[in-house]
Design a protein around this ligand. Structure first.
Ligand code: PGA
Length: 252
C-alpha cells in the first residue's frame, strides 16, 4: 500500500500569532496519525522558523511554498534551499499554479528548482494541472503530459523516490469546484503511466500523487478512496485546525 501525504498550503495567510494558534490546534488534533500517513504544513516563509520549532517532537512535517533555483546571491526577495532547510523544512511545494499564473513560472524553471531541492535533500511537491479552457478544449491529457515530462526531466530513479506530484486542476483551486473522483482518478492514472514510461512500473507504483483543488472534509474520503490518489494538497480548508484535521482523518 502506498504512503499517503496530506499537505496544507497556507498560501499568503497567517501572521506569527495566527501561525502559533493554528499549529497548536493541529498538534492537539493530530497527535497520532496512522504510520502510513504523513502530514505536512506549509506556512509562509515568515512563519517557517516559528512553526518549525513548534513542530519539533511532533509527527507533522514542515514544508515551504516555493524556493529559488539558486544557492545564494543577489536575488532580492528570493529564498534559498538552505534557508528553508535551516528553518526545519523537509518539503517544498514547487510550480503551484499560482506561481505559474501570477509569477510566470514555467516547467523548465520548476524542473531546475526540483533538481536543486533534491540535491539539497528536500522533498519537492511538484504541481501540475490544466486550466478550464484546456479541459474544455479537450487537451487535458496533452497539457498534463507536457507538464509532467517537463518538470521531471532529467530526474533519476533515486531522485524520484523523494518526489511527490500534486495534480491540481486550475479550475478547481479556490473555486469550490472539485474534480469528480472519477475525473481526478483518470488524470492520476495518466500521471502514473507517464512516470512508468520515464522510469518503470515499480517506481511509478510507489510514487505519491496528491490531488488538490477544493479538498474539504466532506469530499476528502471519496477522493482519497480512488486507486491512484495518494493524498491531498489542501488550500482553503487547511487554514482551520478542525477542517484540516478532518481531512487527515478521512484517510482510511
Ligand atoms: P484550495 O487550494 O484547496 O483552496 O482549492 C488548493 C491549492 O491551491 O493547493
Amino acid at each position: 500500500m502506498r504512503n499517503v501525504i496530506i499537505a496544507g498550503n497556507w498560501k499568503m495567510y497567517k501572521d506569527l500569532s495566527a501561525t502559533s494558534e493554528l499549529v497548536e490546534g493541529l498538534k492537539t488534533r493530530l497527535a497520532s496519525v496512522p504510520p502510513r500517513v504523513t502530514v505536512v504544513v506549509c506556512p509562509p516563509f515568515t512563519s517557517l522558523a516559528a512553526a518549525g520549532s513548534m513542530l519539533k517532537g511532533s509527527t507533522m512535517k514542515l514544508g515551504a511554498q516555493n524556493m529559488s533555483q539558486h544557492d545564494e546571491g543577489a536575488y532580492t526577495g528570493e529564498i534559498s534551499w538552505n534557508m528553508i532547510r535551516s528553518a526545519g523544512c523537509e518539503y517544498v511545494i514547487l510550480g503551484h499554479s499560482e506561481r505559474r499564473q501570477y509569477f510566470g513560472e514555467k516547467d523548465e524553471l520548476i524542473n531546475a528548482k526540483a533538481k536543486k531541492a533534491l540535491a539539497s535533500s528536500l522533498k519537492p511537491i511538484i504541481c501540475v494541472g490544466e486550466t478550464l479552457a484546456e479541459r474544455e478544449g479537450g487537451i487535458t491529457d496533452r497539457v498534463i503530459t507536457a507538464q509532467v515530462k517537463g518538470v521531471l526531466a532529467g530526474l533519476t530513479r533515486s531522485d524520484m523516490s523523494s518526489v511527490v506530484i500534486a495534480y491540481e486542476p486550475v479550475w478547481a483551486i479556490g473555486t469550490g469546484k472539485t474534480a469528480t473522483p472519477a475525473q481526478a482518478q483518470e488524470v492520476h492514472q495518466l500521471i502514473r503511466k507517464l512516470i512508468s514510461q520515464m522510469h518503470d512500473w515499480p517506481l511509478a507504483e510507489q510514487t505519491v500523487i496528491q490531488y488538490g483543488g477544493s479538498v474539504k472534509p466532506d469530499n476528502a474520503a471519496e477522493l482519497l478512496s480512488q486507486n491512484d490518489i495518494d493524498g491531498a494538497l489542501v488550500g482553503g480548508a487547511c487554514l482551520k485546525a478542525d477542517s484540516f484535521a478532518a481531512i487527515v482523518n478521512a484517510v482510511k
